[in-house]
Every structure is written in structure tokens, then in C-alpha cells.
Design a protein around this ligand. Structure first.
Ligand code: EPZ
Length: 420
């Protein structure tokens, strides 16, 4: 298992190109199941989760091939030969559950392993299943698998989500594109990735309006056709590198970063004393003065994204004064806290809230990655820490971030990957 060795104390200066969004790209690959023609995706990030999703699509009979040898462009297509998503793949990546709606819509049946929980929570999929049942699917759970059937096809209906679930919104939106009649999703997730998915589906011939609002309408069509779609830039990757620039007192231009995609994170940066501006196709981040403590509560978009919580906590660990972070989305997303405390942070967790008392400086230490975003929070701390930080289990990071050590080293960070 690879490790990172980081020597802190060097301000980051320069440019970082932000890649395609993991949490858009995974679903856009799945959208390839909805048509018998080819869907060409560009700006595809080179990350492990994308490789896992390509393997899952292959399992269903589709190919997701690099075009002209360039994995940044994938051509997805082929005939569905299996409607089963096996446990060994689904358990590796929970986003696999998103094949359920498209398989039901196209093939009128699906057998998908129930995804287990993961490090950050139990991650149930009840809203996905209830929504599909509202569209007419018959669903039973046996031997750890979801058996879903819709012999007469799905029928549009009004679905009210009790929680603005990202995955449930995406699963239902995709399923509804081929249902008979109109589907309404009320209290839908409003994340920018919903808009990106709807734009791609509409390019494929779907009839979707309202994506990005809490109320999405989908008028079913007979079939979808092929299309080409560029994946939006990864707003969480952008916010993550912004934290790295801020904690090191640097000045970074994040190419492809879009301020409006970061919602409440921009306000939190400004309150913390970090300057964030849009300069054409780049988001510029610099910190000249002292960092100030900020109170944060994670919420569905446009609130502060839970996927930025761990990274922002690392930043606040060296701010002047105290901060409080309340995690309202997942039940166990503070696993970076004990590792940050080993680096000299002063963070106390009380239920779903963490109190962060800013310290003058952190000290490098051997630390362990536990999940994707927690991994990067330890890198952010290591970039500011005095001395050497050794981050193990970097495979967590490789699931969702591309070429981290290359991007950071190019901006002056002392970071290297060592093969364990
Ligand atoms: C997506 O997960 C993202 N993953 C997550 O990013 C992100 O943190 C999350 O949305 C929230 O923004 C991908 O897009 C691949 P949810 P998802 O459905 O769809 C509960 C990362 O780091 N819930 O909005 O699973 C659930 O338990 C990852 O990139 C139900 O109770 O998120 C959780 O507490 C981590 N029943 C909350 O809702 C359901 O049927 C949010 O879940 C579905 C969800």
C-alpha cells in the first residue's frame, strides 16, 4: 500500500487543473445503460472509482473504452447481457446502486447487491427502493440482493423525497426517462451534479426540466439515443485544493474551478479570512492575513457540502479562535479527528458536532487515511505542519483524487509517493 511523505511549511503558489467531477462522472457512465447507442464522455477523471464503474458496466455487457487511447474520453455502449450487479463490485463502490434504475427502465428487471455500509455511515438505499416502487417496480430483498422487476415497464408518478438524497434523485431521474408518462421528484437534491446529469440525459433525448431546483419533472420517452457530454469540473476537488492554498498561506489558481458550484463554502472561506475570486475559467484562492475560526453546519446544496467537512476542519485547526463543525448528513464522518489531534490539533467531538480550538501550529506525524475526504484533510494538515508527515493507506485517496502528489509538488509542496 502506497504512502505519502509530506514536509510542511511551504506556501503553495501556481496553478492546478481541476479534473472532471467524480460524483458526476460515475453517474454519467451509468447513463450509458439507458441507450443502445454510444455515449461519449469527455473530461473523465483518472481515478479508481471510475475504473470500478467501468468494470461494473463491462459486467453488464457494455464497454467503456478509451477513445484514441486517451482515458479522459470514454465511449460507452454495447448491449446489456446481464442485469446483475454482483456483491464483489457493489461492496467496493456504493455508487454501483445507481445501475438499478436504468436497468429496470431498459430491461424491466435487475438484481443488484445491497451495498454495504462504509466508513462514514450505514448508507441505506430505502429512498431509492421506495421511489422505484412508486414508479411501479416490484422489489424484494433476498440473500443480500435487491430483486426488482417491472414487467409492464415503469409508470411516471409523483415522488416526494423525505430527504434531498443525491443518489435517490439520480437513480429516480434516470429511471423516469423511459417510464410511461410524467414523473415529478419533489424535494430533489439540488447539487450541480444533478444539473450535469440532466443536461447529459436531455442531450440523449430525455425530457427533464427543473434539475438543480428541488422539483424535477421528467416526461418519459420511448428510447434515448447516443450523445457526447463533457463532465463538469470537480467542485469538491476545487474546494479541497483551496483549503491547501489557504492553510499554507499560498496563492493558487484552480483552473476549471467555479465559485458558484461551491455554495456556502465560499462564504466560509471569506469568514475564515481566505480570499476567493473568479478569474475567468479559474478560481483564485489566497490568504494574506490570519485565519479566523468559523462555525459550519453541513447541509444539502447549496449549504456547506459534507464532502468538504474534513478538509475545512484541517484548515480551521490552525485558525485563531474556536470553530464548531456540525455534520448533519452522515453519522460517522469525524474519523479524521483523532489523526488530526495526533498532529497537535485540539478537536473534541460531541455527538454530531466537533469543537476545534485553533493552535499555533501542527507537527508532522505518521497518520492513517480512513476514507476519501479524511485522507486529504491529513494532507492539508501535513502541508502546514512542522516536520514530516507520513500518510498511509493512500488507496482511499486514489479512489477520488487524481495525481495529488504531482499537482501539489508542481505548486511547491514537498510531497512524494512511496511504494510500500
Ligand atoms: C453522494 O452520496 C456522494 N457520493 C457523497 O460523496 C456525498 O457525500 C453525498 O452524495 C451527499 O452529498 C456520490 O455521488 C458517489 P445521499 P449518496 O443519498 O448519494 C441518507 C464522496 O466523498 N440516505 O445524499 O449516498 C444517507 O444515509 C462521497 O465523494 C438514506 O437514509 O448521498 C445519508 O445519511 C461520500 N436513504 C444521507 O441520506 C437513502 O435511500 C445522504 O445520502 C439514501 C440516503
Amino acid at each position: 500500500m502506497d504512502k505519502f511523505i509530506i514536509r510542511g511549511g511551504r506556501p503553495l503558489h501556481g496553478e492546478i487543473t481541476i479534473g472532471g467531477a467524480k460524483n458526476a462522472g460515475l453517474k454519467l457512465l451509468v447513463a450509458g445503460l439507458l441507450t443502445s447507442e454510444r455515449l461519449v464522455l469527455t473530461n473523465v477523471p483518472h481515478i479508481a472509482d471510475i475504473a470500478t464503474m467501468r468494470a461494473l458496466l463491462t459486467q453488464h455487457g457494455l464497454s467503456a473504452e478509451a477513445v484514441n487511447g486517451d482515458k479522459t474520453t470514454l465511449s460507452v455502449g454495447g448491449d446489456i447481457t446481464s442485469t446483475e450487479a454482483p456483491y464483489d463490485i457493489v461492496s467496493k463502490m456504493r455508487a454501483s446502486i445507481l445501475v438499478l434504475g436504468p436497468l429496470l427502465a431498459r430491461c424491466r428487471e435487475a438484481r443488484v447487491s445491497l451495498p454495504g455500509g462504509c466508513a462514514i455511515g450505514t448508507r441505506p438505499v430505502d429512498l431509492h427502493l421506495k421511489g422505484l416502487e412508486t414508479l411501479g417496480a416490484k422489489i424484494t430483498l433476498e440473500n443480500g440482493y435487491i430483486n426488482a422487476r417491472a414487467p409492464n415497464g415503469l409508470v411516471g408518478e409523483r415522488i416526494v423525497l423525505p430527504f434531498a438524497s443525491v443518489g435517490a434523485t439520480e437513480n429516480l431521474m434516470m429511471a423516469a426517462t423511459l417510464a410511461k408518462g410524467r414523473t415529478e421528484i419533489v424535494n430533489a437534491a439540488r447539487e450541480p451534479e444533478m444539473v450535469d446529469l440532466a443536461n447529459c440525459l436531455n442531450a440523449m433525448g430525455a425530457k427533464i426540466t427543473g434539475a438543480g431546483s428541488g422539483h424535477i419533472m421528467i416526461d418519459g420517452v420511448e428510447a434515448l439515443h447516443g450523445a457526447q457530454h463533457r463532465i463538469m469540473s470537480d467542485r469538491i476537488e476545487c474546494g479541497t485544493y483551496a483549503c491547501a492554498a489557504a492553510i499554507t498561506g499560498g496563492d493558487l489558481r484552480l483552473i476549471g474551478g467555479q465559485i458558484e458550484h461551491l455554495g456556502a463554502v465560499v462564504r466560509a472561506f471569506e469568514e475564515a479570512g481566505v480570499e476567493v475570486t473568479q478569474e475567468g475559467d479559474a478560481m483564485r484562492v489566497r490568504r494574506t492575513g490570519a485565519l479566523r475560526g468559523v462555525d459550519i453546519m453541513t447541509e444539502p446544496y447549496p449549504g456547506f457540502p459534507t464532502d468538504m467537512q474534513a478538509q475545512f476542519m484541517a484548515l480551521l485547526s490552525v485558525a485563531e479562535g474556536a470553530s464548531m463543525i456540525t455534520e448533519t448528513i452522515f453519522e460517522n464522518r469525524f474519523m479524521h479527528v483523532p489523526e488530526l489531534n495526533r498532529m497537535g490539533a485540539r478537536i473534541n467531538v460531541h455527538g454530531s458536532s466537533a469543537i476545534i480550538r485553533g493552535v499555533h501550529g501542527l507537527s508532522g506525524a505518521p497518520v492513517m487515511a480512513t476514507d476519501l475526504r479524511a485522507s486529504f484533510s491529513l494532507i492539508i494538515a501535513g502541508l502546514a505542519a512542522h516536520g514530516e508527515t507520513i500518510l498511509s493507506r493512500v488507496y482511499h485517496l486514489d479512489r477520488g483524487y487524481e495525481a495529488v502528489e504531482r499537482k501539489l509538488a508542481a505548486c511547491g509542496a514537498a510531497i512524494e509517493r512511496v511504494k510500500d
